[in-house]
Design a protein around this ligand. Structure first.
Ligand code: UFG
Length: 329
């Protein structure tokens, strides 16, 4: 049993992680400023409400809990917002990570699992992406994550900080037991937006761009279930606790779906047509982001198990739980 700090533990992915950590016998301590997270999602261990740029509060939390490792999820993560307000992303994501790393080193904690993103790859001409693919982020969100990856390399060299970096593809779905799920406000991610439209909580959803160079003209993404993702983090912790060297892993399924295909699967799973209209491209979106990597499978022993239908079904169950049984229109 280990004490593990989970930054952003009140957020979507962090809360699922805390549930899995608790099930695996660890003590997940959530560090979250509740700027986007929800206190109600912190149910699986202690809660420290603090901002990661507050060095004093951080070192105090490290001194009291003495964590063995840190899982760092806390970050702003919306592409549209990052295009409009890049300063918010550079300040919060990069300064938060730097302050966290310095607090870790001050406390002698040298194991970090970091949430990076496929958004660091940018536009890549239809190829599938592996960990060596060129990096060319199209937005401040991806750029801020790439900067933190650089930072980790520097602190590995100078202080022996060891990290597992996970570059997530598009995370979707919810706890199959519907205890926790995705609840951003405002919601911008495709699957929950589609389900809100299905439930009549928004009049319609907008398809951002239909003139991409893909079979149906809409963007292609690689969707991965949040619980599959959380399982990878347990393996990442094992990797670090076994004393292994820093490593970067893509986390995706290798299967791409267009926005149009996601809508079709949502209609099939919910049995309700998705009210949708075609809109312009969203700035900062790449045409196609699909993981071609086998590294996580061969080295970590991780493979995504859930299908896109599983993700939509679990997200729908959570949606119904959160909003009541909103009758499909
Ligand atoms: N989309 C729509 N309409 C919507 C919402 C999204 O058409 O209302 C489209 C987007 O344009 C994109 C796809 O659906 O083509 C997925 O969009 P999301 O906003 O759900 O997610 P992103 O592809 O922007 O994902 C990026 C990074 C991920 C990261 C995520 C976090 O690639 O690594 O942002 O926001 F996790």
């Amino acid at each position: 049993m280990s004490v593990i700090f989970v930054t952003g533990g009140a957020g979507y992915i962090g809360a699922h992680m805390c549930k899995l950590l608790a099930q695996a016998g660890h003590i997940p301590v959530t560090l979250d400023n509740l700027s986007t997270g929800r206190a109600a999602a912190v149910r699986f261990g202690p809660f420290e409400q603090l901002d990661l740029t507050d060095a004093g509060a951080l070192s105090d939390a490290f001194a009291r809990h003495k964590p063995e490792a840190v899982l760092h999820f806390a970050a702003f993560s919306q592409v549209g917002e990052a295009m409009a307000e890049p300063g918010k992303y550079w300040r919060n994501n990069v300064l938060g990570a730097l302050t966290l790393i310095e607090a870790m080193l001050g406390a002698g904690c040298k194991q970090l699992v970091f949430s990076s993103t496929c958004a660091i790859y940018g536009e890549q001409d239809g190829v599938t992406l592996d960990e060596q693919s060129a990096q060319a982020p199209l937005n401040a969100y991806g750029a801020s994550k790439r900067a933190i990856e650089d930072m980790l390399r520097d602190f590995a060299a100078s202080h022996g900080l060891r990290s597992v970096v996970f570059r997530y593809f598009n995370v979707a779905g919810a706890d199959p037991e519907a205890e926790i799920g995705e609840a951003h406000d405002p919601e911008t991610h495709l699957v929950p937006v589609v389900l809100q439209a299905v439930a009549g909580l928004r009049p319609e959803m907008q398809i951002h761009g239909t003139d991409y160079d893909t079979p149906d003209g809409t963007c292609i993404r690689d969707y991965v279930h949040v619980m599959d993702l959380a399982r990878a983090h347990l393996l990442g912790l094992d990797w670090l606790q076994a004393g292994r060297e820093s490593r970067v892993f893509n986390l995706g399924t290798g299967q791409g779906y267009s926005v149009g295909e996601v809508l079709a699967r949502a209609e099939a799973v919910t049995g309700v047509p998705v009210p949708a209209r075609f809109g312009p491209r969203r700035a900062g979106d790449a045409t196609r982001l699909v993981s071609g990597s086998t590294r996580a499978r061969t080295e970590l022993g991780w493979e995504a198990q859930a299908t896109l239908d599983d993700m939509i079904r679990d997200a729908w169950r959570w949606h119904l739980r959160l909003h009541g049984n909103a009758p499909p229109r």
